[in-house]
Design a protein around this ligand. Structure first.
Ligand code: ADP
Length: 265
């Protein structure tokens, strides 16, 4: 905001004017705070598995040195923690890559039908482990959008994997793809993942796509989660000119819908 403030005429008769400039620093401060929070969160999340690894190394070098059974068990836990760190670093790198290229629209024409099928196939072992049936309803034979193949694979994988992890074990998960008209009548592709698990309380819904936001940290950790998945999904959807809708009724399940405009050849 620039406000010219007139001041009285000087002694020698010349007109004088003083300019006062005010800058609203609130948005900049907010970005700085978010960045600092992000670094603190990332460091904390990396430190946790690192501390566990370091502790187990000490134990293996000391008290458990000659205990073959304990050694076997501890090495298993160390492997899990190392994988957790690797996943976290992977997710952090993917997120920063997507954020850095947020202003560049991916323009390759990609048919998402085979991508969705490929992701479902890759997640069958997890579905089996969780005793969940994946019901697929792809009502279009092809669905070509302007996109980035790897990012779209990541998006489909994150949403279906979440439904398998957080939906009811022993239940079912519905994955669908359809073409429908958006609010303003424009045709779009709607990819939908629905589960019938515990769902998400309304107060958590607006914050779900924030980096590191988790409804239940313990549950997310035990499922191998990093709290970055939905943030990544949101960024990928935005980069593809899409929309992400999250709906849930507590104890009835959750529905995640990603809508994309069709690609123009
Ligand atoms: P995470 O790596 O922890 O899975 P996400 O960003 O993918 O992180 O998800 C954030 C949180 O949202 C999860 O920790 C979980 O608490 C909640 N969540 C995600 N999907 C579902 C779902 N289908 N049902 C219930 N809760 C969910």
């Amino acid at each position: 905001i620039i406000t010219p403030v007139p001041v009285p005429t000087a002694f020698d008769g010349t007109e004088q004017c003083m300019l006062m400039t005010f800058h609203d620093l609130t948005p900049l401060r907010r970005v700085e705070e978010m960045r600092a929070d992000f670094v603190a969160n990332a460091s904390h999340e990396l430190r946790t598995p690192l501390a566990a690894l370091s502790g187990f190394i000490d134990t293996l070098q000391g008290p458990a040195r000659d205990d073959a059974k304990a050694r076997e068990r501890f090495l298993g836990i160390m492997q899990t923690q190392a994988r957790r760190m690797a996943r976290l670093i992977d997710d952090l790198l993917s997120l920063s890559r997507v954020e850095l290229s947020a202003h560049v629209r991916p323009d390759a024409l990609v048919d998402i039908v085979p991508l969705i099928r490929q992701v479902i196939e890759g997640l069958e072992p997890l579905a089996k482990e969780r005793q969940v049936a994946i019901e697929t309803e792809l009502t279009v034979e092809t669905a070509v959008i302007a996109g980035d193949r790897e990012e779209l694979l990541r998006l489909f994988e994150n949403l279906i994997e979440n439904a398998l992890k957080y939906g009811a074990s022993g239940g079912r998960v519905c994955v669908s793809l359809a073409q429908a008209a958006s609010g303003d009548g424009v045709l779009e592709y709607r990819f939908m993942v629905r589960d019938f698990g515990p769902g998400i309380a309304p107060e958590h819904l607006p914050r779900l796509t924030e980096r590191f936001y988790r409804v239940d940290v313990g549950d997310s950790r035990s499922q191998g989660g990093t709290g970055l998945g939905l943030s990544l999904v949101k960024h990928i959807v935005n980069r593809h000119r899409g929309r992400l809708l999250i709906e849930s009724v507590l104890n009835k399940g959750a529905t995640f819908t990603a809508c994309f405009p069709p690609g123009k050849p």
